[in-house]
Design a protein around this ligand. Structure first.
Ligand code: 26V
Length: 792
C-alpha cells in the first residue's frame, strides 16, 4: 500500500496521501495504457473536448470510487489505523476553472469515460488556478492558488510529445518593460501533462491532456551569442508565463492580450496533437470528419476554425472548398451565455501582429460569408452587417461567436430556454441563414461525484430501494416515484438529510469555529457572485424576514440558516460590495438578541468543488433566482435536486426543465418570466415598488440607514444606486414580493414533515434527466456521431 521509503509511523499526512494516491494510480495505470492501446488498434472516431477550463476538484476519492476500490481501501485504512478524512484533506482542490462552464467540462469527461467513448479533454495546465478567497473585515481578498506547490501524483509529463507553436511576433524586454517585436516570428513549446479520467467501473480510463508553455532552448543560444543575456532570460520567462495563471474574470473579454495568446496556444497545441494522431492511421485528409469530432467549449477555443483551415490549406495543401468542408464537418460549438458583454470580440490588430495568416483566413471566410448573405438576402445590408465576422468601428474587432457559428456544423445552447433565446434574439440573423446548425443540449452533472460520492447516506437508501442501476442510468430514479408516500423510505431520506446536515455542521465547527444548528432549515445560494444571479434579491428576502422578527418577536417562524458562498471577479467592484454586504448582514443578525436562534446568515469563504460536495447534500432549500433570461442553464440547481433539496427559483435556465420533470407542484417557482422581463424593461420602475410595497421599503430603508454598517456609514450607497436610483437593471424589486410569497409556501410545507419528504422524493425521482450521461448521449448521437469503444 505504501511505497514511501520511510517508516510508516513517521509519515506526515501529505506523505500518506501521496502514498495512497500513488497506489491507486498504479491500479489504474494498466487500464489507462490498455485504453489508449485499444483506441490505437480499433481506430474509432474520437471526440476531443477543447476547454480553457476544467474545474476538476479532488481526484483521489473519486478515482477510488470509480475503480470500485472503496471497500478495499476502507478495510486497509481501518487495518492501518489511518485517519482517512485527514488523508483526503491533503489533496489540493484542482480549481482550473471559474464556475459552471469549467465544472461542466469535468462532468462531461467523467461521463464520456463511463460511457466508454473514445474521448480526450484538452486544456491548459495553469500553475495557479482560480484564486483563493479569504474574507477580511467582510471584504473578499484574493490569494494565489499555488496548487502544484507539491508534486501532483495524478499528472504524467509527456515531454516526448511536445509540440511547437508559431507566433507572428516576438517579445523582448527593453529598458525593463516588455515589448513586442513586430514581424520577427517566434515559437513556443507546448508540453503535455496527462491526467487519468476513470470511467465508473474502471473499464475505460481516458486522458485529460493539459498543456504547459515553455520556451524553445535555441532562444538562449541565439540571444546569448548576441550578448543579450537579460533579454533572453526575459523571453524565456515570457513564454513560461503564458500558462502561469487562469483568468479569474468571468465578466469581460476586453484588454486581455495574454488571454488571447493562451486561447491560441490551447488550440494550436491540441490540433497539432490530434492531427498527428489522425495521420498515424489515415493518410487521406478527407477522412478527418469520419475520425475526429472537436467540441469547442464556448468561443474560447474558436481559433480552431482558422487554425484547422491553416493546417488543411498550408500543410495538407488542399483547396479552399475542400478545406472549408472538412473544417466545418469536424468542429462543433457550444454557447454558454447570451450576455452581450460576455461575447468575445478580439481586436483585429492583435491578429495582425500575432496570427497574420489566421487573419488572412478569417478575412477570406468573411468575404465569402458576406457574398453568400448578399445573394440570399438582396438589399438587406443590416443583416450583412450583423452576421459579418468583423465588427466595424474605431477599433475593428473579430466576433468570435459569429466565427464559431459560421465555421462549424453545429451550434448548441445548454438549456431549452437558452437555446431558444440564442436562436431568436442573440444570433437571430445567423439562425435564419443557417437554421439546420442550431440545437439544444440541456446540461447535466455526473451522479458519481455529485450523489454517490458526495452523499453516501442518500445514495445507500436509494440503492436499497431500487438497486444500484441508477449509478450509470439515472433515469432509474423514476422508480422512486411510487415510494413518495412510503413512510419507511421517507424516513430514510429524511435521516440521510439530517446526517448530512450534522456532518456539515461538525465540519464547519471544526474548521472555522462557526456554529450552525442542524435543526434549522439549511437554505443555500452558492455560485459566482454576479448581479444577474441576484444574491442581492436573496439578501433582501433575509432582511425582510429579519425585520418581521424584529417588529414582531412573537411571530412564529421555523428557524433558518442562510448560507452564501461564491467568488467575485477581482475587478468586479459591485460583486465585492455584495460579499461585504452579506458578511455585514451575517454579523448584524448574529449580534441581535431579538433574533438569536431563529435566523442566521453564514458566508462561507473559498467556494470550490469540495465545499459544494459537502454543502449540497446538507441543503434543504436551493435558491436559483437569476433574472429570467440571464442564466444559460445552471448546473448546481441539478446537484441540489438529486440530493433532495427543494428549489425556490425563477423560470430561467434548466430550472424550468427541472420543474417540468418533477412536476411544477413540487417546485417553488416565482417571478417574472423571460418574456415579461424583456417586455417590461422599458417602463419598469424600481421606485414604484419602493413607494408602494411597505416591506420592500422597510428593507431598503434599513440598509440605507446603515443598520448593517454602523461603523462604516455609507459603504452600501452603491446598493442604492443598483437597486433604486440606477434603474435596477436586474429587476430585484420586481420579483421580491413574489419571492417572499413563494418562501411563505415553502415554510408552510416545512411544517408538514411528511408532505416535505414527499416532495423531496418526487424531486429526486425526477432528476434522472439531469445526468451528464444523458447530455453526453445526445452530443454523441446528434453532433459527434461517435460510438463506444469498449476496452477488453
Ligand atoms: C457570464 C457573465 C454574466 C455577467 C456579465 C458578463 C459575463 C461574462 C461571462 C459569463 C459566463 C460565460 C460562460 C459561462 O461560464 N457560462 C455558464 O455556463 C454554464 C455551463 O453551461 C451554465 O450552467 C451557466 O448558466 C452559464 O452562466
Amino acid at each position: 500500500m505504501y511505497d514511501n521509503v520511510a517508516d510508516q509511523a513517521a509519515l506526515g499526512p501529505w506523505e500518506r496521501y501521496e502514498a495512497v494516491a500513488r497506489s491507486v494510480r498504479d491500479v489504474l495505470s494498466q487500464r489507462w495504457v490498455l485504453t489508449e492501446k485499444t483506441y490505437e488498434r480499433e481506430n474509432p472516431k474520437r471526440v476531443y473536448y477543447l476547454s480553457m477550463e476544467f474545474l476538476i476538484g479532488r481526484s483521489l476519492s473519486n478515482n477510488i470510487l470509480n475503480l470500485l476500490l472503496d471497500p478495499a481501501i476502507e478495510r486497509a485504512a481501518a487495518d492501518k489505523d489511518l485517519d482517512w478524512l485527514a488523508v483526503l484533506e491533503q489533496e489540493p482542490d484542482a480549481g482550473l476553472g471559474n464556475g459552471g462552464l469549467g465544472r461542466l467540462a469535468a462532468c462531461f469527461i467523467d461521463s464520456m469515460a463511463t460511457m466508454q467513448l473514445p474521448a480526450m479533454g484538452y486544456g491548459l495546465r495553469y500553475e495557479y488556478g482560480i484564486f483563493k478567497q479569504t474574507i477580511q473585515d467582510g471584504w473578499q481578498v484574493e490569494q494565489p492558488d499555488n496548487w502544484l506547490r507539491r508534486p501532483d501524483p495524478w499528472e504524467i509529463a509527456r515531454p516526448g510529445e511536445t509540440v511547437e507553436v508559431q507566433l507572428g511576433c516576438s517579445f523582448e524586454v527593453r529598458g525593463g518593460s516588455l515589448g513586442v517585436v513586430v514581424g520577427r516570428p517566434s515559437s513556443l513549446l507546448g508540453i503535455p501533462y496527462d491526467r487519468p479520467v476513470v470511467g465508473y467501473g474502471g473499464k475505460t480510463v481516458n486522458t485529460l491532456r493539459l498543456w504547459a508553455a515553455a520556451a524553445p532552448d535555441y532562444f538562449d543560444f541565439r540571444a546569448f551569442s548576441a550578448g543579450e543575456f537579460v533579454s533572453a532570460l526575459a523571453e524565456r520567462l515570457t513564454a513560461e508565463s503564458l500558462t502561469r495563471v487562469l483568468y479569474p474574470d468571468d465578466s469581460t473579454s476586453m484588454g486581455q492580450g495574454l488571454r488571447f495568446v493562451q486561447e491560441y496556444f490551447l488550440v494550436a497545441c491540441s490540433l497539432a496533437d490530434l492531427v498527428r494522431r489522425f495521420r498515424r492511421h489515415d493518410s487521406d485528409w478527407t477522412a478527418l470528419p469520419a475520425k475526429v469530432a472537436i467540441q469547442l467549449n464556448d468561443t474560447h477555443p474558436s481559433l480552431a476554425v482558422p487554425e484547422l483551415m491553416r493546417i488543411l490549406l498550408d500543410e495538407a495543401q488542399l483547396g479552399w472548398d475542400q478545406a472549408w468542408g472538412l473544417t466545418r464537418q469536424t468542429l462543433a460549438y457550444t454557447n454558454h451565455t447570451l450576455l452581450p458583454e460576455a461575447l468575445e470580440k478580439w481586436p483585429l490588430p492583435w491578429f495582425a501582429l500575432l496570427l497574420p495568416r489566421h487573419l488572412e483566413i478569417i478575412l477570406e471566410i468573411n468575404r465569402r460569408l458576406v457574398d453568400e448573405v448578399r445573394t440570399r438576402f438582396p438589399g438587406d445590408d443590416g443583416r450583412v452587417e450583423r452576421v459579418a465576422l468583423i465588427e466595424e468601428g474605431s477599433e475593428r474587432r473579430i466576433r468570435m461567436a459569429n466565427l464559431a457559428i459560421v465555421g462549424t456544423h453545429s451550434t448548441n445552447g445548454v438549456a431549452s430556454i437558452h437555446s431558444e433565446l440564442l436562436r431568436t434574439v442573440t444570433v437571430k440573423d445567423l439562425t435564419e441563414t443557417f437554421p439546420e446548425r442550431f440545437s439544444n443540449k440541456t446540461n447535466g452533472v455526473t451522479p458519481r461525484r455529485w450523489l454517490l460520492l458526495a452523499n453516501p447516506h442518500l445514495a445507500h437508501s436509494i440503492t436499497r430501494a431500487i438497486g444500484d442501476g441508477w449509478i450509470t442510468d439515472l433515469d432509474e430514479l423514476a422508480r422512486l416515484r411510487p415510494l413518495a408516500d412510503d413512510k419507511g423510505f421517507g424516513d430514510a431520506v429524511s435521516a440521510a438529510k439530517r446526517e448530512a446536515k450534522t456532518q456539515f455542521a461538525n465540519w464547519l465547527k471544526l474548521t472555522s469555529g462557526v456554529t450552525v444548528d442542524p435543526d434549522t432549515i439549511f437554505d443555500c445560494q452558492i455560485k459566482r457572485i454576479h448581479e444577474y444571479k441576484r444574491q442581492l434579491l436573496n439578501a433582501l428576502r433575509v432582511v425582510v424576514l429579519y425585520d418581521r422578527l424584529r417588529q414582531n418577536p412573537d411571530l412564529e417562524m421555523a428557524p433558518r440558516t442562510f448560507f452564501f458562498a461564491g467568488k467575485a471577479a477581482p475587478a468586479y467592484h459591485l460583486a465585492k460590495i455584495i460579499i461585504k454586504f452579506l458578511n455585514s448582514l451575517a454579523g448584524t443578525i448574529d449580534g441581535d438578541p431579538a433574533v438569536r436562534g431563529r435566523l442566521k446568515v453564514v458566508f462561507l469563504p473559498e467556494y470550490c468543488v469540495s465545499l459544494a460536495e459537502r454543502l449540497i447534500p446538507a441543503t434543504d432549500v436551493s435558491n436559483q433566482i437569476s433574472t429570467a433570461g440571464y442564466e444559460a442553464s445552471g448546473t448546481s440547481n441539478m446537484k441540489f435536486m438529486m440530493n433532495g433539496a427543494l428549489t425556490i427559483g425563477t423560470r430561467d435556465g434548466a430550472t424550468i426543465e427541472m420543474a417540468e420533470a418533477a412536476g411544477e407542484e413540487n417546485f417553488f417557482m416565482f417571478g417574472l418570466t423571460a418574456e415579461q422581463v424583456a417586455g417590461s424593461r422599458s417602463w419598469y420602475s424600481p421606485q414604484w415598488h419602493y413607494d408602494n410595497e411597505p416591506e420592500t421599503r422597510a428593507a431598503l430603508d434599513l440598509i440605507f440607514s446603515d443598520h448593517f454598517s454602523r461603523y462604516e456609514p455609507g459603504i452600501f450607497e452603491p446598493l442604492r444606486q443598483t437597486l433604486l436610483t440606477g434603474g435596477d437593471n436586474y429587476m430585484h424589486l420586481a420579483d421580491l414580493t413574489a419571492y417572499l410569497e413563494a418562501d411563505r409556501r415553502l415554510l408552510e410545507l416545512y411544517a408538514d414533515p411528511m408532505g416535505w419528504a414527499r416532495k423531496v422524493i418526487l424531486n429526486v425521482a425526477g432528476s434522472g434527466r439531469f445526468s451528464s450521461d444523458r447530455t453526453i448521449g445526445e452530443y454523441a448521437a446528434e453532433i459527434w456521431d461517435v460510438k463506444p469503444c469498449p476496452v477488453p
